[in-house]
Design a protein around this ligand. Structure first.
Ligand SMILES: NC(=O)C1=CN([C@@H]2O[C@H](COP(=O)(O)OP(=O)(O)OC[C@H]3O[C@@H](n4cnc5c(N)ncnc54)[C@H](OP(=O)(O)O)[C@@H]3O)[C@@H](O)[C@H]2O)C=CC1
Ligand SMILES: O=C(O)CCC(=O)C(=O)O
Length: 525
């Protein structure tokens, strides 16, 4: 498929008129064809106007049409074939199996949301029938459903060029909810973005949907993204990236005459708790598995295990020996962009230069575009004394905090900012100690896992990929899994509205065959 460097504004594809940029081959730094002239404010205005015009029609599409649309997007992405994989590999430096896996995940999550739309519980249809004879006052007829919030702005993420980008989780969940989407492409993978954007555009047309259901804009700078968040027609924002970027967008959204929610997934260091009996039983094996998780995708995962907490002893020594040995042999890996590589190196240097930190291991030096793995250690007192030590190093490096006992481990956890995940490595003898920490962990993180690591998020109904600030801007939500749809819905109640005027979801005959509750009890199906 030929790339043209075009913005996709509704059904149109047109080259922008603002400053152009090119993708850069991650491994070599060479510029790739074509150039991508940025969208103008007029282009953005048209995309938002089309989204607004499409909204009322799109949000009332019947479940089969909307589910079929999501499935058509998945099919169209797969149909691009190897062109998508090779372009994505060049732009990101990520290896083929990773990109192929991510493509499957992207198609899978679109299909998951198609199933969610067909099943219908997300509408939360509730009926409290009128009680005209209730004393002392009659009860009105009350019916509730959730509707889409409005057009959604999505920012593609650099580190998941498919699964968290143009047709990734934010887009899939917003479209499933009934929201048109305007995507601001991440400048690190514009070619991948155009290919996927065209797949979505094609699905809009083939499903007979209004053209404004989807637009994709490019920008060499930040003004289009900022104008998108500020646009009064945009009702919510999905973002994955840096804390600085996420908080900047949150400030714009909060400063609007009508503020809107920004669902930003930002920084996380994902504590790993190594309990004494587990370390004694299998310290070396855990160390090896940890090194594999740390170095996955050059460590460019927000779920990367960046903080290890453990009580010193032979078990921890075995863990550290195995982890250090694996990391010393782990080849340096190409990072997504020169900016991300520089930020990683600066973060590593900052920790390496800290007076209370020792370097335990370092991977082999790599090429200019690459990042090398690193493992550092400090103690709980030093960690508690300096907030710099809990800053995310976005890459394959981690800090081990030696805790003199489990009380010190608790103190470190209590001091942590919000996190996406916490991993507990346990043997049965550790359960009592783990149980004590669970309430604290529940307050700090979105996902608690045992005997594993947080990288590789399963796309499922029971997944939470979220967590308290700064892991995300709103810890009540998830950006992965079917619950992600909740971010883009809001409840509307209908009181004494005649059946003929009610939305199909709430009509007496239940023409959409939705699961519903009457007086709080699920209707028989
Ligand atoms: N925890 C996580 O999940 C992730 C964290 N990161 C962190 O982010 C760093 C940079 O990576 P990157 O992925 O580019 O993340 P950024 O947050 O820098 O950028 C993400 C997107 O948001 C846009 N953006 C950022 N700031 C603003 C702003 N003030 N106004 C308008 N738009 C803005 C960017 O545009 P533009 O590029 O033009 O600035 C880009 O499209 C990494 O080094 C890492 O530390 C990255 C990915 C995931
Ligand atoms: O680990 C994953 O699969 C997802 C991680 C993620 O959301 C991220 O790195 O931004």
């Amino acid at each position: 498929m030929t790339l043209r460097g075009e913005n996709l504004i509704g059904a149109e594809a047109r080259r922008g008129t603002e400053a152009a940029f090119r993708a850069v081959e991650a491994a070599t730094g060479e510029a790739l064809e074509p150039d991508f002239p940025g969208a103008s404010l007029a282009d953005l205005d048209r995309a938002c106007a089309l989204a607004e015009a499409a909204f009322d029609t799109y949000r009332e599409t019947d479940p089969e049409t909307r589910a079929g649309f999501l499935e058509a997007i998945a099919a169209n992405i797969l149909e691009i074939g190897d062109d998508l994989v090779t372009r994505c590999m060049a732009e990101t430096g990520l290896p083929r199996p990773r990109i192929e896996g991510e493509r499957a995940r992207t198609a899978g999550q679109l299909r998951l949301f198609a199933a969610v739309v067909r099943e219908g519980s997300y509408v939360e249809a509730r009926i409290d029938p009128a009680l005209p004879d209730r004393k002392p006052l009659p009860r009105p007829d009350l019916r509730l459903r959730r509707i889409a919030v409005g057009p959604v702005a999505v920012f593609g993420a650099s580190n998941f060029p498919l699964a968290f980008s143009v047709a990734g989780g934010d887009t899939a969940s917003a479209l499933a909810a009934g929201c048109p989407v305007v995507v601001k492409a991440h400048p690190a993978h514009p070619g991948t973005s155009e290919l996927v954007g065209r797949a979505v555009q094609k699905a809009v047309a083939s499903c007979g949907l209004p053209e404004g259901v989807f637009s994709l804009v490019f920008d060499a700078g930040q003004s289009i993204g900022q104008a998108l968040v500020a646009d009064p027609r945009i009702a919510a924002v999905g973002f994955t990236g840096s804390r600085r970027g996420g908080t900047a967008l949150m400030a714009i959204a909060a400063g609007r005459p009508a503020p809107i929610p920004v669902y930003a997934e930002m920084s996380s260091i994902n504590p790993v708790l190594l309990f004494p009996a587990a370390l004694a039983a299998r310290g070396a094996a855990i160390g090896k598995a940890f090194a594999a998780s740390l170095t996955l995708g050059a460590g460019q995962f927000c779920t990367n295990p960046g903080l290890i907490l453990a009580v010193p002893g032979p078990g921890l020594d075995a863990f550290l020996d195995a982890a250090a040995a694996a990391l010393r042999e782990s080849p340096a890996a190409t990072m997504l962009t020169p900016g991300i590589r520089d930020a990683y190196r600066a973060g590593v240097d900052r920790v390496a230069g800290h007076a209370a930190v020792t370097r335990l291991a370092e991977g082999p030096e790599g090429a200019a575009a690459q990042g090398r793995a690193a493992l550092f250690a400090t103690d709980a007192d030093a960690f508690l004394a300096d907030p710099v030590l809990q800053e995310e190093m976005f890459g394959a490096s981690a800090l081990v905090v030696r805790c003199r006992d489990l009380a010190a481990m608790r103190a470190v956890l209590a001091h942590l900012e919000g996190q996406l995940t916490a991993s507990l490595h346990l043997a049965p003898e550790d359960h009592a100690a783990a149980r004590e920490l669970l309430p604290l962990l529940e307050r700090r993180v979105g996902r608690i896992l045992v005997d594993g690591f947080g990288t590789g998020v399963e796309v499922a109904h029971a997944m939470v990929h979220g967590g308290p600030y700064p892991a995300t801007s709103d810890g009540r939500t998830t950006s992965v899994g079917s619950l992600a749809i909740d971010r883009f819905l809001r409840p509307v109640s209908y009181q004494d509205v005649p059946d003929a005027l009610l939305p199909a979801a709430l009509q007496a005959a239940n023409p959409l065959k939705l699961p519903r509750r009457t007086d709080g009890i699920p209707d028989p199906r």
